[in-house]
Design a protein around this ligand. Structure first.
Ligand code: WTA
Length: 632
């Protein structure tokens, strides 16, 4: 492995090289991997189309770099340390040799069930080692994985399966989450009623709930691997072949299938993992994210395994059996690097220090945060009570679309500042623009965050709809990738992300489009119209506030609200349930019929003094009614 950055002076030097000679810079990093054929050209790009290609004509398989490459020196080192939901159940350890064997065996099972290079395979599984095995087995044979978070409902699942035209679904009978059993297989069954592309479903036995198996379509995981060989040569892929699709919410209703390709993604997640967390050989690293989100893809599976690290995988939730579970696991597994989300930190903070006190936490060396801005209070709590004022906190800013961390301190190297993601990684060129797209030079500026040059793990397309990728990210400001985030660069040149500037909200770290929630609410037969906005929430970061217009008078408002919540849970999943629902007689609209969300946002935030000019509305009186009935 190439050396990583060890001092701030080296960071500045690397950064300079990455800007002056980006192709040479990334080629040097890429040389460390196993390629079956060297690339002809490092980079070709054009943001107008957009078209970005890295390591052109390079041939490889990412799983050889995650697994086979480490077998000589690390075959007996744990690759995955798995912690079950129930602390009484045994921990599972998979060494690099064991993980390699299981991935190869399941890869053969996939082939036996008809999977081929280029096929899309949907993975809807609990956080058990077989989920990591499933992901890597797809990559082994060149199938494109599309992992769907286990908390999504049948409708979200079927939308995603249909969009990618998946031929196989990998699932389990159920999932354990805290005290609950989630019935995954029955959700799959309901979803598949509208998914004719799916020919096979492979079902892992996890919770032992009774399920139905469809003859000819469904097969148990343990049967699929019975007597199957654990030798599976990796399928040789092109650097720009698709590695995976991961759906993310956008400002329109339909989720976008973000596509990442193999070579560039591999090089960037490895580089960012080793440098941001300053991973040392032999350390235990734990990222608490679910593999259903990008953080789980890049920094639970691919990044750590590429770097030959030991990665902890946790099946459960932070509050089960009590709010000390994270700290318990850290002591038990002697975790050195811990990476979690601000919403988890805030919720554990609210449970009080008695859940932290029983644990020494003295194995910890580095703490990380991801998913939303970490507010000062949570930062301090994390720093003092978890890091014992001894561990640098890396506040890592990035997105599903960027594949890897773009702006972050390097642990122990970059001076941190609470609530700042600080400085760009080498290779990353952030710019801040005003609404008109003018680049704001110098320090002490605030505007919208864009990136002006491609990095290896940038989004390549949105699956099946390239135009959507262009118009969403590359067309708003010409020749720039637009992140959708507001951002400030302070007097030290440090970056601080201020939140989304589009109609998406981050609720407990999950990105949700307001339009997506509105269309779920509108499925309720008594609702004519709705508008959803976010409001600041102490624990979740943002809460969901829904204004709804009914077509009948329902005196039982509590029952109606519950039905609306259930409808959203049914169409999207529990993560999107509104926190507040206000029944209104109409919504504030412009004369052209556009809902004025700005006004609703202010009302939801209880900032009535700053509603702005409402006189141009179609019906200004409705604002008074909404203000009077606002829920705070
Ligand atoms: C937000 C998660 C502030 C941001 C990896 C971004 C953050 C969106 C941070 C992407 C951070 C993520 N500070 N905001 N450290 N990290 N965000 O696609 O709004 O789930 O655009 O990827 O999360 O969310 P996504």
């Amino acid at each position: 492995m190439p050396n990583r950055i060890t001092t701030f002076a080296e960071y500045l030097d690397e950064y300079r090289k990455s800007i002056d000679t980006p192709e040479q810079f990334w080629a040097d990093k890429a040389e460390a991997f196993v390629w079956h054929q060297h690339w002809d050209k490092v980079l070709e790009w054009n943001f107008a189309e957009p078209s970005v290609q890295w390591f052109i004509n390079g041939k490889l398989n990412i799983t050889e770099n995650c697994l086979d490459r480490h077998l000589l020196s690390k075959s007996t080192q744990p690759a995955i340390l798995w912690e079950p939901n129930n602390p009484d159940e045994a921990v599972r350890t998979l060494t690099y040799a064991e993980l390699h064997e299981k991935v190869c065996q399941f890869a053969n099972a996939l082939k036996n069930n008809g999977a081929k290079k280029g096929d899309r395979i949907c993975i809807y599984m609990p956080m058990v080692p077989e989920l990591a095995i499933a992901v890597l087995a797809c990559a082994r044979i060149g199938a494109i994985h599309s992992v769907v978070f286990g908390g999504f409902s049948f409708k979200s699942l079927s939308d995603r399966i249909q969009d990618a035209e998946c031929s196989i679904v990998l699932t389990a009978d159920g999932a354990f989450r805290g005290a609950k059993d989630i019935p995954l297989k029955s959700v799959v069954d309901e979803a598949l009623e509208t998914c004719p592309s799916v020919k096979k479903v492979i079902v892992l036995s996890r919770t032992n709930v009774k399920i139905t198996m469809v003859e000819g379509r469904d097969i148990w995981w343990h049967d699929a691997i019975l007597n199957v060989s654990a030798e599976c040569p990796a399928t040789i892929m092109d650097s720009e072949d698709m590695l995976f699709i991961l759906y993310t919410s956008g400002s329109t209703g339909k989720p976008k299938g973000v596509v990442h390709t193999i070579g560039g993604y591999m090089v960037y997640v490895d580089y960012s993992f080793r440098n941001v967390f300053q991973y040392n050989d032999g350390e235990v690293y734990w990222c608490t994210a679910d593999i259903g989100w990008i953080t789980g893809h890049s920094y639970l599976i691919y990044g750590p395994l590429l770097a030959g690290a030991t990665t902890v995988m946790f099946e459960g939730i932070p509050t089960y059996p009590d709010a000390g579970r994270f700290w318990n696991i850290i002591d038990k597994q002697q975790v050195n690097i811990f990476y979690t989300a601000p919403t988890a930190i805030r919720s554990l903070e609210a449970f009080g220090l008695e859940f932290v006190k029983p644990y020494s936490l003295n194995s910890l060396r580095v703490l990380g945060s991801v998913g939303e801005p970490i507010n000062k209070e949570a930062w301090e709590w994390y720093h003092v009570n978890i890091g014992k004022e001894n561990c640098p906190i890396v506040d890592t800013w990035w997105q599903t679309e960027t594949g890897g961390i773009l702006i972050s301190p390097l642990a122990g190297i970059t001076k941190t500042k609470p609530s700042y993601a600080t400085l760009p990684l080498p290779g990353i060129r952030p710019v801040i623009v005003n609404e008109a797209g003018k680049i704001l030079e110098g320090n002490n500026v605030e505007g919208r965050l864009c990136i002006e040059f491609p990095f290896p793990s940038i989004i390549r397309t949105t699956y099946g709809d390239h135009e959507r990728c262009r118009s969403n990210y590359f067309d708003i400001y010409p020749n720039l990738y637009f992140t959708g985030d507001g951002c400030k660069r302070d007097e030290d040149g440090y970056y601080r992300i201020t939140g989304r500037v589009d109609d998406v909200i981050k609720v407990s770290g999950h990105l949700l489009g307001t339009a997506e929630i509105e269309s779920a609410i509108n499925e309720h037969p008594d609702i004519v119209e709705s508008a959803v906005v976010g409001y600041p929430h102490d624990i979740k970061g943002w809460g969901i506030y829904a204004f709804v217009v009914c077509n009948t008078h329902r005196p039982d408002t509590n029952a109606l609200k519950q039905e609306i919540i259930d409808t959203v849970a049914k169409y999207i999943g529990h993560i999107a349930k509104p926190d507040k629902i206000q029944i209104v007689s109409g919504l504030p609209k412009t004369r052209s019929g556009k809902i004025m969300r700005r006004i609703l946002r202010k009302i939801a935030e209880n900032d009535m003094a700053n509603l702005g000019d409402t006189s141009t509305l179609l019906d200004p009186a409705v604002v008074e009614e909404i203000k009077a009935g606002a829920i705070h």
